[in-house]
Design a protein around this ligand. Structure first.
Ligand SMILES: [Zn+2]
Ligand SMILES: [Zn+2]
Ligand SMILES: [Zn+2]
Ligand SMILES: [Zn+2]
Length: 440
C-alpha cells in the first residue's frame, strides 16, 4: 500500500476536493461577516466582496481560512477595514473639529476620502494666518497619540523657521559673527575671523547645525595651532602656513636646521635627520622671543610676525628675512625655560582678543597689529612674577643702525636681562614702560 506509486491525475483530483472544501469554508465565513461575495480567482487569487455597509474590497480566500485571526481580528469583529475603522474615524473627526475650532482653522468638507483606506473625510482647511491646506481626522493626532498642538503645517513651518532664525541670532551674538546676507530660509554669515558660512533653517538637521562651533575653517585653524604647539614641544617649528591633513606632511624645521615634512599623526619620532636621543632625551628649550615684519612673500601682505626660537635665533630669522619679513623689532635671548612660549601664548591670545585676524597660519598678522604686538609683549614682560623689573633706557640710535638696511638680515641681539624694545621703522622710541626685567 505504501509502496504504490500515486498517479499525478489522482493527486490533483484529490487536491480539488480539498480546494472546494476550503472555498466552501471561505463562503461560510464570508456569510458570517455579512459579506456579498463577488467574482474571484480561486483559492489563492483576489475575490471581490462587499460588506453589509456597502464597503467594497478584495480578499484572498486562502488568507482568511488559513489564519486563526485574519487581520488580527476574531470572527465576531468586523473584518472589513472600513467598518472596523469606523469608530476610530468618528472619534478622529470629532477631535479634528474641536482642534480646528480652538486654533481658528476653517474646515470645508470635500467628497474625498484619504488614502489610508480607513475612510477619513478630506477637508479643505484655512488657518487664521491664511495658509490653505488639507486635513483629515488622522491629522488631529500627533505621533504620541495626543491632540496635535498646531494643525496648520504652514504655521508649524513658520514656527520652526522662527526658531532657526532665533538660533542664528544667538550664535551670531555669542561668536561675534556678522550676517552678510539674509534669505527666506537661512543666512550667509561671516565668522569673526572672516570665514563665510551658510546657515539653513529648512529642517531639523539644518537647525541642529546652527552651533557656536559652526566655522569649519576656524576648526582647521584650531587643529593647526594644536599641531604647531605639539611640534614646538619636540623642538620643531612648523613652516607650513595651514593645516593640510593629519596623514600628510607639513613643511617643518628642527632645532638643528633640518627641513622635513612633519606628519601630524606620526610626529613622535621628531626630526628624521637628527640622531635619536641627540639631545639626551630633552629638547633644547625655546629661549628666544622675536617680532619681525615686512612684505610677506607668501601672502603679498604687509605683515608682522611674533615668534620663538632657540639659541641665537639666527636660522629662524634668516628664514623670515628670505620670506620678506626683514625688519626686526624685538629679539629677546636667553629667556628662562618655558618663558618664551608663555610670552608667545600671551601675545597670540591678546591679539585674538583684540580681534586681529591672521593673514596666514596662526602667527602672521597685518602690519597694523605691530603696535599691539609690542604692547602685549611689554605687558607680559613687566608682569612676570619672579622677574624684578629694573629701569632700562633704550638708545634708539644704537639699535637702529643694523636694521635700517633691511637687505642685510642682521639682527640686534638682546639678552633677557637687558631687554630692549624699539621700533626700527620710524626710529621712534617704543614705550617699554621704560622697564626691562631680569630673573630675581
Ligand atoms: Zn464595511
Ligand atoms: Zn497657518
Ligand atoms: Zn572662522
Ligand atoms: Zn634635525
Amino acid at each position: 500500500m505504501a509502496n504504490e506509486r500515486s498517479n499525478p491525475c489522482d493527486v490533483s483530483e484529490e487536491a480539488a476536493v480539498h480546494i472546494r472544501a476550503l472555498m466552501d469554508l471561505f463562503r461560510r465565513v464570508g456569510q458570517q461577516q455579512g459579506w456579498t461575495i463577488g467574482s474571484g480567482y480561486g483559492l489563492t487569487g483576489w475575490t471581490e466582496v462587499t460588506c453589509s455597509e456597502g464597503h467594497e474590497f478584495s480578499v484572498k480566500p486562502l488568507d482568511l481560512v488559513d489564519s486563526p485571526k485574519p487581520f488580527g481580528r476574531d470572527l465576531s469583529e468586523p473584518w472589513c477595514k472600513k467598518c472596523h475603522a469606523a469608530g476610530w474615524v468618528a472619534e478622529s473627526l470629532t477631535l479634528l473639529k474641536s482642534v480646528a475650532a480652538a486654533q481658528g482653522v476653517e474646515l470645508t468638507a470635500t467628497d474625498e476620502r484619504d488614502t489610508s483606506g480607513d475612510g477619513h473625510i478630506v477637508f479643505a482647511a484655512k488657518c487664521s494666518k491664511g495658509h490653505h491646506f488639507e486635513a483629515t481626522g488622522a491629522n488631529a493626532w500627533n505621533w504620541r497619540g495626543k491632540p496635535v498642538e498646531v494643525l496648520c503645517p504652514g504655521c508649524v513651518k513658520d514656527a520652526e523657521f522662527a526658531e532657526g532664525f532665533a538660533k542664528i541670532d544667538a550664535v551670531i551674538r555669542e561668536t561675534q559673527s556678522v550676517v552678510v546676507k539674509q534669505y527666506r530660509n537661512g543666512a550667509d554669515v561671516r565668522c569673526r575671523r572672516g570665514h563665510l558660512h551658510t546657515f539653513r533653517v529648512n529642517d531639523y538637521q539644518d537647525r541642529q547645525a546652527i552651533r557656536p562651533d559652526f566655522c569649519g575653517e576656524c576648526a582647521r585653524l584650531g587643529k593647526f595651532q594644536e599641531f604647531a604647539e605639539k611640534a614646538k614641544d619636540l623642538g620643531i617649528t612648523v613652516l607650513e602656513s595651514r593645516w593640510i591633513a593629519a596623514s600628510r606632511p607639513h613643511q617643518a624645521v628642527c632645532f638643528a636646521g633640518h627641513e622635513f615634512g612633519l606628519v601630524p599623526n606620526k610626529m613622535k619620532r621628531g626630526c628624521p635627520e637628527c640622531p635619536r636621543g641627540m639631545y639626551g632625551g630633552a629638547v633644547p628649550p625655546h629661549d628666544v622671543y622675536y617680532i619681525v615684519s615686512g612684505l610677506d612673500a607668501t601672502t603679498g601682505k604687509e605683515t608682522v610676525k611674533p615668534g620663538i626660537s632657540s639659541g641665537s635665533g639666527y636660522n629662524r630669522l634668516r628664514q623670515h628675512a628670505d620670506d620678506g619679513l626683514v625688519v626686526q623689532h624685538l629679539r629677546i635671548q636667553g629667556m628662562p625655560i618655558g618663558m618664551a612660549r608663555d610670552l608667545e601664548r600671551f601675545v597670540l591670545d591678546g591679539l585674538d582678543q583684540e580681534g586681529w585676524l591672521s593673514t596666514r597660519g596662526v602667527e602672521y598678522f597685518p602690519a597694523a597689529a605691530l603696535q599691539d604686538v609690542m604692547d602685549l609683549a611689554c605687558e607680559w614682560y613687566t608682569d612676570q612674577p619672579g622677574l624684578a623689573p629694573r629701569p632700562f633706557v633704550v638708545d634708539a640710535e644704537d639699535v637702529l643702525a643694523p636694521v635700517q638696511a633691511p637687505a642685510v638680515p642682521d639682527v640686534v641681539d638682546i639678552d633677557a636681562d637687558v631687554a630692549v624694545v624699539f621700533d626700527s621703522q620710524d626710529g621712534a622710541r617704543m614705550d617699554l614702560h621704560t622697564h626691562a626685567t631680569e630673573v630675581a
